[in-house]
Design a protein around this ligand. Structure first.
Ligand code: ZN
Length: 144
């Protein structure tokens, strides 16, 4: 088991919740990963959007999900593409396929980039940046 700990670049910009994503970010602050679910066709939409990507409905509810999934794809960035990333490379940007279906872009915080393997089990780990923003990050799930 790696003892690597990801560090968030301190000056990196943060999400700016809008009216479509407000519930998602509020849920994270309360320790819950909420997905927008269409009341007409049951499609789970991520990221939250104004209109269902499947059927065009504007009628949604919010459903809490576990936050487990697998690494679907990833990229390792070696160049600091923004001044706030100097001293924070290489870093891994992951596309996680959640068990419920949606794919979410995030970071895996307990492995080195070279430890990433497509299909590895991951689980949600919340990271409170400030009282307004809690990020949905992921950790490798070690199955015994
Ligand atoms: Zn729909």
């Amino acid at each position: 088991m790696s003892d690597y700990q990801w560090l968030r670049p301190v000056n990196l910009t943060l999400p700016d919740p809008d009216e479509d994503s407000f519930e998602f970010w509020e849920g994270l602050k309360q320790g819950r990963l909420l997905m927008q679910v269409c009341n007409i066709c049951s499609q789970m939409n991520y990221p939250p959007m104004v209109m269902c990507s499947e059927c065009g409905s504007f009628n949604f509810q919010w459903r809490e999900i576990e936050g487990g999934g697998v690494l679907y794809s990833y990229v390792v960035t070696h160049q600091p593409i923004h001044p706030s990333l100097v001293d924070y490379t290489p870093f891994l940007t992951a596309l996680i396929e959640l068990d419920e279906g949606p794919r979410i872009t995030s970071n895996i915080v307990n492995i080195q980039p070279e430890e990433a393997e497509i299909g590895m089990r991951l689980k949600l780990e919340l990271f409170e940046v400030n009282p307004q923003i809690t990020l949905p990050l992921f950790v490798r799930e070690y199955v015994s």
